[in-house]
Design a protein around this ligand. Structure first.
Ligand code: NAG
Ligand code: NAG
Ligand code: NAG
Ligand code: NAG
Ligand code: NAG
Ligand code: NAG
Ligand code: NAG
Ligand code: NAG
Length: 322
């Protein structure tokens, strides 16, 4: 029988609910650092749609992925519905894993033809499999960062997707994920207004931060994004998550940020565990190394918490001393 840690009980209880609502102000959370073994924020993973060879994952491959993640997590997020038949192949695996997984479904909002295909996959597979395992829908990933759409246009698409799933009788939270600094700068306010939840992506590696400053940077930038979301929503009770974070274990350094397993492990245990202790859920980017993304000289293949053979690179248990 698969060992199911008690930390997962809370995550499983939330399976079909809105997600953990942060209910303290960002300023309160900055100094809220209990010496607790109780981590209210959960660890979850961003899951690629391709296997190590670059082929589209099958349902069996997704199932093996989820069972490898099951010691530490009960939720994953993906980026598209129609690309690689993600929704069709992944949805059946969620309830077959050693424990049920929940999913944040990603929908590409651009270009118009792609968006239409993405909505068509939602229309086909949500009614077929139901939404019991669906935690929410993210419309776009770093759309504002890439300047693919204005915040207003993104807000329109968020409302459009919410209307579509409602037309099938489903009440699923719809939001989006973007870089923390865009939320903090206020340039995404219209998208925040349209969203039921907001995810902030935060990579001190891409800010060239060294090991002495990476944790400060992560915690403070995450809370700065949260503060803007609470301000725009006019309440502290918001659903706010870290949508992507992580640290590459191979490939070139970036500024003062060096790549290694030891630094990734330190980043996890210092920075990510601290933010989870404050009650914020995290989606680690990404679950598994993706060797198809390029040569070893490139950083992109090395963001996994697990190697591509599904073995964890280090302990992902916050209560374990390292
Ligand atoms: C925040 O929510 C948690 C879980 O529901 C609850 O235990 C806690 O008392 C709440 N804190 C505040 C400040 O409302
Ligand atoms: C999950 O935890 C069990 C029990 O500690 C261990 O035997 C197993 O190797 C772990 N699986 C993974 C993929 O880490
Ligand atoms: C997952 O959920 C499904 C649907 O409710 C249920 O039939 C199945 O037993 C669950 N699996 C586990 C391992 O709890
Ligand atoms: C790390 O970066 C911070 C901020 O740039 C700097 O103050 C500090 O001296 C650096 N530490 C090391 C060991 O390079
Ligand atoms: C170190 O991190 C803090 C907190 O994010 C930040 O204010 C400061 O600018 C960083 N130092 C440098 C030199 O980047
Ligand atoms: C906080 O927000 C959640 C989700 O919108 C809602 O269910 C809950 O009642 C709210 N709590 C408070 C204290 O307003
Ligand atoms: C975490 O959960 C505990 C127990 O439910 C609660 O007392 C505490 O206020 C929560 N912390 C946060 C930051 O919500
Ligand atoms: C995490 O570590 C603590 C302390 O060593 C242990 O009690 C707990 O079972 C571990 N949880 C997991 C998921 O491995």
């Amino acid at each position: 029988m698969m060992f199911i840690p008690s930390v997962l009980t809370a995550a499983l209880a939330l399976l079909s609910s809105v997600g953990f609502a942060v209910n303290r102000s960002a300023a309160e959370l900055a100094s809220y650092n209990p010496d607790a073994s109780h981590y209210n924020g959960s660890l979850n993973f961003c899951l690629g749609a391709k296997n190590p060879n670059g082929g589209c994952k099958t349902t069996d491959e997704y199932l093996a992925d989820l069972n490898a993640l099951a010691n530490y997590s009960a939720s994953v997020r993906t980026y598209a519905t129609s690309d690689c038949n993600t929704l069709q192949n992944l949805l059946p695996a969620l309830s077959q894993a050693s424990h049920n997984f929940s999913l944040y479904v990603g929908v590409w909002p651009t270009d118009d033809a792609h968006y239409a295909q993405e909505k068509s996959a939602l229309s086909q597979f949500l009614p077929k499999y139901g939404v019991r395992n669906i935690k929410g829908i993210t419309v776009g990933s770093e759309v504002l960062y890439r300047n693919d759409l204005s915040a207003n246009a993104l807000g329109d698409r968020i409302n459009d997707v919410r209307g579509l799933v409602k037309s099938y009788g489903f009440d699923v939270p719809v939001g989006t994920s973007d870089s923390w600094n865009l939320w903090a700068a206020g340039s995404g306010d219209a998208a925040i207004q349209a969203s039921d939840f907001i995810m902030a992506n935060d990579f001190p590696y891409w800010q060239g931060q060294n090991t002495s400053n990476m944790t400060n940077t992560f915690v403070s930038d995450t809370l700065t994004a949260l503060e803007r979301v609470q301000h725009v929503k006019g309440t502290n009770n918001v659903t706010f998550l870290v949508g992507e974070t992580g640290w590459p274990t191979g490939g070139p350094n970036y500024g003062e940020a060096q790549t290694s397993v030891d630094i990734a492990k330190q980043f996890f245990h210092d920075a990510l565990c601290q933010v989870m202790k404050k009650g914020i859920d995290i989606y680690y980017f990404e679950a598994f190394d993706e060797p198809y993304k390029g040569a070893d000289s490139n950083v992109e293949p090395h963001f996994g918490a697990y190697y591509s053979n599904r073995v964890p690179k280090f302990s992902l248990n916050c209560t374990e001393s390292i």
